[in-house]
Write a protein that binds this ligand. Structure first.
Ligand code: ATP
Ligand code: MG
Length: 190
């Protein structure tokens, strides 16, 4: 299977570009943010717990997040020739767990595609999204916290994937179609 990690700061366009990849390649799409938001909507115990973290702009604990990821991955595996990981891994321990989880299933990460977007553009996009998203974390105060968490806990993954020779950085600023073409040229070479 082609296993692609779509990577970037909050608001970098991971969800938007993932949908386009799904449409063109028919890959399965795991968005950890969407999984958690659906649990919140259903009012499950997991949803209640997740909401405590998300509304504060914090990450859900690694071990819980990894368990969720493994169960979603196993439910989707075999349904398509590729899988997009959107929003996972977000920490180095999560990346290590992903490697183990995939290796145990005879799989590996094929590529990490990084959407590179300047900070001021991220804030603009998220504030704009907040006007209609209804998301508890799309307000200016929480956005600042999420970006802080991204820099502290998630951005070290750029070098981590780079060291494995799996990182492909793409300019995430500009026309959505151009960004998508750049992504396709990475996928088509895998
Ligand atoms: P984007 O706008 O690029 O899609 P995002 O940061 O807005 O990214 P989601 O990926 O939807 O949003 O995640 C929303 C929240 O869900 C995170 O801020 C975090 O609290 C929680 N979350 C999602 N994935 C993880 C993860 N892998 N580990 C821990 N918490 C996570
Ligand atoms: Mg998203």
């Amino acid at each position: 299977m082609i296993n692609i990690v779509i990577f970037g700061a909050p608001g970098s366009g991971k969800g938007t570009q993932s949908e386009k990849i799904v449409e063109k390649y028919g890959f399965a799409h795991i968005s950890t943010g969407d999984v958690l938001r659906s649990e919140i909507k259903k009012g499950t115990e997991l949803g209640k717990l997740a909401n405590d973290y998300i509304s504060k702009g914090q990450l859900i604990p690694d071990s819980l997040m990894t368990d969720i990821l493994a169960s979603v991955y196993d439910s989707l595996r075999g349904t398509s020739k590729g899988c997009i990981f959107d929003g996972f891994p977000r920490t180095i321990p999560q990346a290590e767990s992903l490697n183990t989880l995939l290796a145990e299933r005879g799989e590996a990460v094929s590529a990490m595609i990084e959407l590179d977007v300047p900070e001021e553009e991220l804030v603009t996009r998220l504030v704009e999204r907040g006007k209609t998203s209804g998301r508890a974390d799309d307000n200016e105060e929480t956005i600042k916290k999420r970006l802080g968490v991204y820099h502290a806990q998630t951005s070290p993954l750029i070098e981590w994937f780079d060291a494995q020779g799996k990182r492909y950085a793409i300019d995430g600023l500009g026309a959505m179609e151009r960004i998508f073409e750049d992504i396709c040229s990475v996928i088509d070479k895998l």
